[in-house]
Each structure stands twice: as C-alpha cells, then as structure tokens.
Design a protein around this ligand. Sequence first.
Ligand code: PLP
Length: 372
Amino acid sequence: MATEPLVPPLHLSAVYKIKGLDQVDALYGGEQSGYIYARDGHPNASQLAAKVASLEGAEAALVCASGMGAEAAPLLALLGSGDHIALSEGVYGRTSVLVNELSRYGVTHSTFDPTSPESLQDALTGKTRVVFAETLSNPLLRLADLPGLAEVAREAGATFLVDHTFAPLLCRPIALGADAVTHSATKLIGGHADLTQGVLAGSRELVTRAGSLASTFGMTGNPFESWLALRGLSTLALRVERTSTTALELAGRLERVNQVYAVHYPGLAVHPDHVRARSLLGTKFGAMLTFDLGSRAAADRFIRTLEHIPFAPSLGDVSTTLSHPVTTSHRSFTPERAAALGITPGLIRLSVGLEDPADLWADLSQALEDLK
Ligand code: PLP
C-alpha cells in the first residue's frame, strides 16, 4: 500500500501469525519484537502506553483492564508476605478494599495524611515497601504533598506510587519524585464515559514485572478500549484547560450561595491546600469540585431538582455529572469513619464537563434556589 491510515487502526486479533520455529524462539527470547497473544500485548495497548509514558515522563507504561488493575498489578509486583504498605487517607474506596484484601496474603498496611510527610514518617515500619497516595483526594480534593512524601519514601527505600486519576496534566508526579503513576483511564484520559481501562506508568523494570503479573492474572486491557482511550487522550489538554476554567468559576459562584455550607476546590483561596496547589499545579486546578448542602435530604432534593446534570457516579466525562460520595464511592465507610474524614451526607461532587458555564450555572442555581 502506498498510503497509510491517518488514524491508528484497531487490531482486534487475539493472536498473531508466526513464520516458523526460529521466529517463535526469537519472539519469546526478545531478539525480535512482535506480538504473539493479545493478552500479553497488542498494537493498540502499545500505542496508548507510549503516549501515557511520554505524558508522565516515564520510561514505560502498561495498559490494564481498569484503573483497579493498574493499581493491583504493581502492588502484586512489589509486595509479598510480611511486607507493609503505607496508604494515604481518603483514597478511592475500592483502593482501600484492595489493600485490605492484601492482608489475606500477609501484607499489612497503615494510613497517613497525604498532606503531611511527618504523618507518612510515623506510618512507616521497617517493612514498608510501598507508599501509595492520590494526587487529589476524593471527595475533598486535598492535594498530596508529593515532593515531601517522595522524599520520605525514598529515604525508607519504598516505592512511591501515585494514583493520578483526578489530575492528569495538572502536574507530573514522576517529575515531583514519584516512582510510578496509575490512572483510571475510564475517567479523564478516556474522557467520554464509554470505556473502562487503566494505565500504570513507571520504570521499565516495574512495568515489565507488573505486565507479566497483569497478563497472568488476566488484568490487561483490550484493543477497542485502548483505541478509544488513545483517541480520548488527543483532546485531554483542551479538556483539562476548559474544565479547570469552568470549575473555578462555578466554585467561586457556589461560595456565595447561602444554601452551600462549604466548597472544596483547590483553586479557591479558602482551600486548605491552596498554597501548595499554586506551587504544584500552577493555574489549573482540575475538573473536580465538591460542595456541601448540609444534609442528605438537601442533597437528595438538589439531585432530583437538577434538570440537566445527571447523578452518575463516575467522573471525567465531556458532559458534567455529579456524584454523592456517602452513598456511592464511600458507601463502605461507617458514618463515624466518614464523619472523621469530613465526608458528610450533604456532599455533592461535581465532575465538570465542557458545557457553557452559563448553562451549567443556570441548572445549578435553579436547584439551589429550590432549597431555600
Ligand atoms: N482511582 C480513582 C481515584 C478512581 O476514582 C477510580 C474509579 O472511580 C479508580 C481508581 C478505579 O478505576 P476503574 O473504575 O477504572 O477501575
């Protein structure tokens, strides 16, 4: 063919044709590069991995079947019986569940405040092999002190993993000292709420080891969703720019509404991590914005009164969605634990999309008006 497609083709083949026994030896021996079996690798995953690795400044990346797979694979690679993981408070609920599950395999854990390297220092044991934090916590959007945590982890000889799902492009954790980054590509990387994938980006050594485990445990990503995620990635920078601007505007407006008890957005001067956000993130603070309507009843009424913004417990879509953390992502928390973390029944988490900010405000303000 004299021409090539502009858009990367979708390679659905589950297996690849091999020319003979010398080639099969060369492929398995690594002297020749090529695909053999799609669970171990395929062109669409390689293309996505290369893009995410370059975006994160990592040597290599691995595409997994979900964000949870991208967390589980490096944890399986790095931890064994007797080891310890330091886990930041307020991580995605299923991440806590995953770390709890590891206790059945002899891996213990303790938690630390991601805004305080001293708190991480206190959580370490002589057996800490992994430190795991999220750049922006869910749902209160506390910004981890990534450079400070990285220093403590490095001194302890632990691998520092950062779940960067909420903050792609806002900063680059590896440049700030993290060893590896995980993403739920289901969210902002995909950007259209139509795929489920995850990506791990880090050293070639970690990615290779995690990749082998991911294939063995059946956690690698499929071609079509890799293809979709790669397409999503091509508009990520524009989406981050636009949604950050809109979210900052909405956060400022919400702050002035009496029915809103608190607004959590790192771009606001009142946010406890605003100074760090200015230094680590600069001028863009992301699409996620949380506010408190004071009670479960008010949150429920608000959700029902909204005309355009749906209650859809995910994030990162081109259109604005909302979630109610206490009944969804943090459902497994006891009321006492949720209250201790400041996760109150009136919290609404908005994932801001690409709509006209005036249209979004019209919907939000009519539902807030109804709460008067
Ligand atoms: N990390 C964070 C911060 C998330 O919000 C989620 C999902 O909501 C995940 C990881 C897991 O991603 P996935 O649903 O793609 O497995």
